[in-house]
Design a protein. Sequence first.
Length: 286
Amino acid sequence: MANLKEIRNRISSVSSTMQITSAMKMVSAAKLKKAQDAITAMRPYSDKLTELLQSLSATLDGDSGSKFATQREVKKVLIVAITSNRGLAGAFNSNIIKEVTNLTNDTYANQEVSYLAIGKKANDAFKKTDRVIANKSEVFDELTFDNVAEIAEMLMDKFVEGDFDKIEIVYNKFKNAATQIVMTEQFLPIVPMEGETNTNTDYIFEPSKVEIVEQLIPKSLKTQLYKSVRDSFASEHGARMTAMHKATDNATELRDQLKLTYNKARQAAITNEILEIVGGAEALNN
């Protein structure tokens, strides 16, 4: 059994760790509320814009299709991996890295795969492969639509120029504080709407339908990427809050066990001292 000093040191160390994890939990909880409100308010707009764009695109002739909808033989693939800049968030980052690795080794095993990292953890995981074309981790320093739109514009340019035939986004979709869903979404080329579209409705388009689609596509793509980054941002704080909550509970349980061990050891030491005193007194009497 460890001596009393060692147990006291461990109790002190665990208590300090518990204070840190508890503080981190409260910070993440405060940030989560703001991030959750932002993504909840944005989703309906993003989903409706994407639905409108797909519906309009489906009614255009093939020759009038957008340059962002061009279907090419997939030889070069770019995967946009969205993680966080910091750890201590449970499996939040490792799930993304695992999904990207699976896509690389399975789905696109016969294609040339490159990565764009949004988040330091993704960059750290894939930079050793020499396939990371850019690291945009700084976007989390000031998460605004304009900053994310610059990344979307870069992706659109690379697709139009033929640098990549397909671009995928891998991120954590926020469900609640305890649940994040790993999502893989096709960014480019634009995915046509599945099933029948309501094209018989009598709409008047001003300007022309083609011009409307050409203006909506860049806006829709920027919004899609911004939504993905916002989803990941909210998921990060939810995952970290949950992880720190569990860490605090574990530290509390360990501290209580150590205190019980300390009390038992202290009681045993006192009992031994009493026995030694009694034994010494009896020896003197004899």
